[in-house]
Design a protein around this ligand. Sequence first.
Ligand SMILES: NC(=O)c1ccc[n+]([C@@H]2O[C@H](COP(=O)([O-])OP(=O)(O)OC[C@H]3O[C@@H](n4cnc5c(N)ncnc54)[C@H](O)[C@@H]3O)[C@@H](O)[C@H]2O)c1
Length: 341
Amino acid sequence: MEKLRMGIVGAGTWGETHASIYNEHLFAQTVAICDSNRTRAEQMAAKFGIQEVYTDYREMAQKSSCDAIAIVTPDFLHADIAVACANAGKHLLIEKPLATTREDVYRMMEAFEKNKVRVMVDLHNRWNPTVNTAKQEIEAGSLGTPYSAYGRLNDVKWVATDMLSWAAKSSILWFLGSHSLDTLRWLMNSDVERVYAVSREGVLKNLGVDVPDMYLTTLEFKNGCIAQMENGWITPNANTCINDIKFTVLGTDGMINIDCSSHNMIQMVTDTKVTTPDIIVKNRIAGKVKGFAYESIRSYVDRLIDGQDFLVSVEDAAHTSLALLAVLESAKTGNPVTVQY
Ligand SMILES: NC(=O)c1ccc[n+]([C@@H]2O[C@H](COP(=O)([O-])OP(=O)(O)OC[C@H]3O[C@@H](n4cnc5c(N)ncnc54)[C@H](O)[C@@H]3O)[C@@H](O)[C@H]2O)c1
């Protein structure tokens, strides 16, 4: 069987992850890399044996022999790249979020539809075994009728101050809120109707990153369910895990509590720190990537090959971005905002 030929735009931290997953896959291979920073692109090409190197995504879209392209650039740059690649007939895996403006969401959807390309956005919490089990139990009726939910998805400060050079141009809402909102939509099996959000800033500003610290949001779903969503970038750096991931779903007959980051499955103690090593988001066993942050990317390749539907539809990703835009507007104006789809 011919291998699926993957191209990647963005040779940063997560672009490397994409390359290693494609190269590990029995039926895929990374054949092209594009980064506006030529050195980065060349380094990654050398590390992963990638033959085609580009610094312009338009040239890559037109000339590359790849079948599909992963877009792994900062979130506010996804749209132009996705439209150019879709117009060149390339299937797409886009890192989350799909886009960060309403105009971008609509022009991307139009380009995908016009060119009949297959698109998935990497909203990987749907591959999280805890969230997945919750979804299955909700669907089986174990909790009765879903009523309310709580979702916390926070990062330690280091992610905003050191890991992401572009944090001030984005937001914790785009970086992690995209995952939590998609998760809550999925668990509640409904779109968000209306949001009420408040945000606070100051801690990160004092550390030199001009971006809000935290958003607290109430979500009202079209089916009547309600949820509280917390997204912050100021968890202390000494937290036992880089992420703080917690979800609760309450139904008329039961409840599910999820704690992915301060669980008791494994603890590491050194002379200076106690940590809870991550074992479900990103993990390696016998040199191979395991964990739900990798599983979603591997699943994209599998579904492109077998033709089955992606676990996250492009409409899911579009609705998640549009609901997050309502959250931003609500936090800015102090008013409840009805989501415009
Ligand atoms: N799913 C996950 O678990 C996960 C984890 C981290 C990041 N991400 C997502 O991956 C994306 C990238 O994040 P990152 O942490 O790798 O960022 P990064 O800053 O490490 O890398 C981004 C790369 O994109 C390149 N780039 C910027 N503009 C470009 C352009 N116009 N053309 C070509 N290359 C360009 C930069 O030079 C850089 O090398 C974001 O959407 C982020 O949300 C997802």
